[in-house]
Design a protein around this ligand. Structure first.
Ligand SMILES: [Zn+2]
Ligand SMILES: [Zn+2]
Ligand SMILES: [Zn+2]
Length: 202
């Protein structure tokens, strides 16, 4: 008797390797089926809900997780099905015949590699983590009302650059430049109870 099988594949967002395996229709139809990455940090799951299969897949393109629901006939009736990340419009999961899935996974690996390389090049900030921490800290200081200009104004604007943040007084030419590239820059900012823009002469 020929057992119906499906190959499922995704790319682990943690270690970037392809994870693919073949499962019988039976094992896809009894509660929860897990397809973990060998690194142990991600897994694809298929929950059988009676009316169909709910697939939850970790996404290497955006780092999130996506869900899709399939009926058994959809699951079994296609040579290959691909699910795309709604954010990055790159495929994140394939289900189908072994050969078709492995071929698609190979193409996907290249796409994800390119996406990764471009993401680094196109990053608008030298260090996104530092930048976002610093912007959060500035927001906190602003909420306490502790940002002002030496001209007396409390109206100001903010400009975010590649590795610095600049506060500009709205009422004079005053500026305050805060470097935002390293842990030291962040620590410096966190140590300041208030920010005073040095007022310029108008
Ligand atoms: Zn992994
Ligand atoms: Zn995604
Ligand atoms: Zn000012």
């Amino acid at each position: 008797m020929e057992e119906k099988r499906r190959t499922l594949g995704y790319i682990c967002p943690q270690c970037r390797q392809s994870v693919a395996a073949s499962r019988s229709l039976f094992s896809l139809s009894v509660g929860k089926m897990k397809l973990p990455c060998p690194c142990g940090k991600s897994e694809l799951t298929v929950d059988y809900l009676g009316s169909g299969h709910q697939i939850t897949v970790p996404c290497a393109a955006c780092g999130g997780e996506h869900r899709a629901s399939l009926t058994t006939s959809q699951m079994m009736g296609h040579r290959i099905l691909g699910f795309a990340c709604p954010e990055r419009s790159v495929d994140c999961c394939y289900i189908g015949e072994e050969g078709a899935v492995f071929a698609a996974m190979k193409r996907l690996e290249e796409t994800v590699d390119k996406l990764e390389a471009r993401k680094e090049e196109e990053s608008p900030f030298l260090d996104e983590m530092i930048m976002s921490e610093m912007l959060g800290e500035i927001r906190d200081i602003a909420q306490r009302g502790d940002i002002s200009c030496s001209c007396g104004s409390k109206r100001w604007g903010l400009e975010v650059h590649y590795s610095s943040i600049e506060l500009r007084c709205a009422d004079c030419a005053g500026k305050l430049r805060l470097p935002a590239a390293t842990m030291e820059d962040l620590a410096d900012l966190c140590a300041k109870p208030r920010l005073v823009i040095r007022g310029g002469k108008s």
